[in-house]
Design a protein around this ligand. Structure first.
Ligand code: SF4
Length: 436
């Protein structure tokens, strides 16, 4: 049995997949260790969404291969989206890597680790059926547990590599999801986040996403239910009704917009118009009082004119998101945009647009958060904060809307406490425990 260290890059799906890999390997008898120096097998679970992330992983793998001086039988593997994306070229680009494995192949890891080979082992078959049923992830200590309810994506947005590296959409049976959440609630997790690439397109048998939310929402002990990321085109009246009516569903949604221009949205094949997105945001805000919305935005997609970019700024100003993840477009090999659309904006223009977008969003986030000063919010305590408040240790946690709150007094992790807010930045709220 060999000691395994897993390092994770990229999105929450990858964090959840690393928990799955840890479970598969532990079941096969391999202990999981927390430092690469202690390991005989090092697995990097990677992301392919951005090019610089790929370069970083290759650099890190090269650095880790130096540990062979101390551990001559070290196996170094690259897993996940980047393994899938660069399967052909990785053995040449990173000859120090022994194993390249895509996201649908993890069940075969114990068997592959038992094999010896001089060549790099490649296993990147995409499997339309694989949903890792029956495997309970080894979760890191925390107050929130992630539960993968669907894998893959059928949307094929023209800029996105995900459908190519994670395969087609498939949903986990509702029974299995309910079993996992019951188990988590029994273990003391009060907050669960349902995960999927387009989580609200979940469908398995008679269960669509709204019905699933209602069923999960009834599980005893669960206080907060989140999900990410929904796709704007997949909100049905049933889902919106469940958001409004299931008390534990948190009033904070991440709703990727990408652009405020209809022509750009069409070029991206996002499946909605600006008018439809605007109407959806209004409907959601009406259904769920106090709802916060966060989003994703791309600056400088193919052929984006200044006028189209201005439409994005205008829509951001109008919809007033609580926060946004903003990106400069960079093409990913294999996508439709890479093959068919010209990446024709100079880097300087993309950078300048990104900066304007960030400045606008920062101002809006700041204004919204200033409006919360003087209110008392419910915080699920996650632990000590790195921020010091004079000599007083600080603690932090999140509101139901998902905002980070830092407060001065000590409070036990995984408890719900009221915090009175007295200060705010664009990203963080500050306060003190309120007397009840
Ligand atoms: S919905 Fe679009 S952006 Fe999201 S994962 Fe699928 S293809 Fe990518």
């Amino acid at each position: 049995m060999r000691r395994v260290y897993i390092e994770t890059y990229g999105c929450q799906m990858n964090v959840a997949d690393s928990e799955l890999v840890a479970s598969i390997l532990r079941r096969a008898g391999h202990p999981i260790v927390t430092t690469p120096e202690a390991a005989e097998v090092i697995l990097l679970n990677t992301c392919a969404v951005r090019e610089h992330a790929e370069e970083r992983v290759i650099g890190r793998a090269s650095q880790l291969s130096g540990l062979r001086a101390h551990t001559p039988n070290l196996t170094l593997g690259i897993l996940g989206c980047m393994a899938q994306h660069l399967a052909e070229s990785l053995p040449q680009r990173a000859p120090f890597v022994d194993l390249v494995m895509g996201p649908d192949s993890y069940r075969r890891l114990p068997q592959i680790l038992a094999e010896t080979s001089e060549e790099t082992l490649l296993d990147v078959r995409l499997d339309r059926e694989e949903d890792y049923l029956g495997i309970d992830p080894v979760r890191r200590q925390g107050v929130n547990a992630w539960v993968t309810i669907m894998r893959g994506c059928d949307k094929f947005c023209t800029f996105c590599i995900v459908p190519f590296v994670r395969g087609r959409e498939r949903s986990v049976p509702a029974d299995e999801i309910l079993r996992q959440v019951r188990l988590l609630a029994a273990e003391g997790y009060q907050e669960v986040t349902l995960l999927g690439q387009t989580v609200n397109s979940y469908r398995h048998g008679e269960f669509e996403f709204g019905r699933l939310l209602r069923a999960v929402g009834q599980i005893e002990g669960l206080k907060r239910l989140r999900f990410t990321s929904p796709h704007p085109a997949d909100f049905t009246p049933e889902v919106i009704a469940a958001l409004a009516e299931v008390p534990v569903v948190c009033p904070g949604l991440h709703l990727p917009l990408q652009s405020g221009s209809d022509r750009q949205l069409e070029l991206m094949r996002r499946g909605y118009t600006v008018a439809q997105y605007r109407a959806l945001a209004a409907q959601l805000r009406e259904a769920v009082p106090g709802l916060t919305l966060t989003t994703d935005l791309i600056a400088g997609f193919c052929g984006e004119t200044e006028e189209e970019f201005q439409q994005t700024l205008d829509l951001v100003a109008e919809l007033r998101f609580d926060a946004a993840f903003t990106f400069k477009y960079s093409p990913r090999e294999g996508t439709h945009a890479h093959k068919k659309l010209a990446d024709d904006l100079p880097e300087a223009v993309k950078t300048e647009r990104l900066e304007r977008l960030i400045a606008l969003q920062e101002r809006i986030s700041w204004e919204i958060n200033q409006g919360l000063i003087g209110t008392t919010v419910e915080v699920l305590v996650e632990g000590p904060s790195k921020r010091q408040n004079g000599n007083t240790p600080s603690f932090y946690g999140r509101t139901p809307q998902g905002k980070t709150v830092v407060f001065a007094q000590e409070a036990p992790t995984n408890t719900l406490v009221p915090v009175h807010l007295h200060r705010a930045t664009s990203h963080t709220l500050f306060g003190e425990l309120a007397r009840v």
